[in-house]
Design a binder for this molecule. Structure first.
Ligand code: MLT
Length: 266
C-alpha cells in the first residue's frame, strides 16, 4: 500500500505494453478494503495502470479524519487522482463504490473516460434502510466488526459461492474484520445520508458498463436494469452464479465483461 499525505492506495503500473492503455480506478464497497479488487489486478497485464484507494478510515485509517458523507470518499478520491496527475480514468465502483462514483461524477465529470457500476443502485436509503443502518451502528459499537461480518455475510455472497467456493466467504470476512468499529460506523452514516443519484443517470455521457450478479440480494438485478434504461448507451451484464460480490465470486466472467468493455467501448 502506498501513502501520499493522508491517502493510502495501491498503484500498479501497466506491464508488457509499449503504449499504456490508461488508468483504471477501482473503488471498494462497504465494509471492505482494496483487496476485494485482487482478482482485477490482472488488468495491469493488459496495459492499464491500476489505482485502488483505501477509503478514509478503512484498514490502516486510525488517523484519518472522520467520515460524514459519501462526498468525503468522493472528494478524497478526486484529490488523490489530482495529486497523482491523473486527468481522466475508467472509474469502477462496486456497491458503495458505485455511490461514490455517482458523487465523483456530479463533482468532477471531466475525470471520467468511462464508468463501471457493479452491484450498485442509484436510489438513496428508504426509511426502513436507515433504521437498519442505525441498528448496525449500534451492533458494531457494542460487538465490533466480527458481528457485522456475521450479519452481512449471508447477504454479501450468493448461494452458488457458498456451495462451490466457500474460500471467498473467508476472504470477505477477513476484509470486514480488518476494519475498525469507528470506520464502519462512519461509513454507515455516509450510506444512510447519501442522496438519490437517480437524477444523475440521464446526465452521464461517458461509456458505461453495468454489472450485477444474478444472485445479488443487496442490489438485485432489476435495479441494474433500471439504471441501464436511464443511462444513455450503457451496457448491462448479469453474471451467472454471483451474489453481491460479483468481481470476487465470478472473477473470470467479471473480467471478461470488463475486458470487452475496455476493448470495444473505451
Ligand atoms: C456495499 O457492498 O458497499 C454495501 O452493501 C452497500 C449498501 O449497504 O448499501
Amino acid at each position: 500500500m502506498r501513502r501520499l499525505g493522508r491517502f493510502r492506495y495501491l498503484d500498479v503500473p501497466p506491464v508488457g505494453q509499449s503504449r499504456p492503455a490508461g488508468t483504471l480506478v477501482f473503488i471498494h464497497g462497504f465494509p471492505l478494503n482494496p483487496s476485494m479488487w485482487d482478482p482485477q489486478l490482472v488488468f495491469a497485464g493488459h496495459g492499464w495502470r491500476l489505482i485502488v484507494p483505501e477509503l478514509r478510515g478503512f484498514g490502516d485509517g486510525a488517523g484519518d479524519p472522520p467520515t460524514t458523507s459519501i462526498d468525503d470518499y468522493a472528494g478524497d478520491t478526486i484529490d488523490l487522482l489530482d495529486q497523482l496527475h491523473v486527468e481522466s480514468a475508467v472509474i469502477c465502483g462496486l456497491s458503495m463504490g458505485g455511490y461514490i462514483v455517482f458523487s465523483m461524477f456530479r463533482h468532477a465529470p471531466t475525470y471520467f473516460r468511462a464508468m463501471v457500476l457493479a452491484d450498485t443502485r442509484s436510489e438513496g436509503d428508504t426509511p426502513e434502510a436507515v433504521t437498519g443502518r442505525k441498528n448496525m451502528q449500534q451492533l458494531v459499537r457494542d460487538k465490533g466488526p466480527a458481528a457485522i461480518a456475521d450479519a452481512l455475510l449471508p447477504k454479501l455472497v450468493g448461494d452458488s459461492t457458498r456451495r462451490e467456493r466457500p474460500a471467498v466467504i473467508e476472504q470477505v470476512r477477513t476484509q470486514i474484520t480488518g476494519n475498525s468499529a469507528e470506520s464502519i460506523a462512519g461509513a454507515l452514516t455516509a450510506l444512510m445520508t447519501r442522496p438519490d443519484s437517480t437524477p444523475t443517470l440521464s446526465t452521464i455521457r461517458c461509456p458505461v458498463q453495468i454489472i450485477v450478479g444474478d444472485e445479488d440480494l443487496i442490489t438485485p438485478p432489476p435495479l441494474s436494469e433500471q439504471m441501464h434504461r436511464e443511462i444513455p448507451g450503457s451496457g448491462l451484464m448479469v453474471i451467472k452464479g454471483a451474489g453481491h460480490m460479483s468481481n470476487m465470486e465470478q472473477p473470470t466472467l467479471f473480467n471478461d465483461t470488463l475486458a470487452r468493455f475496455l476493448e470495444h467501448r473505451v
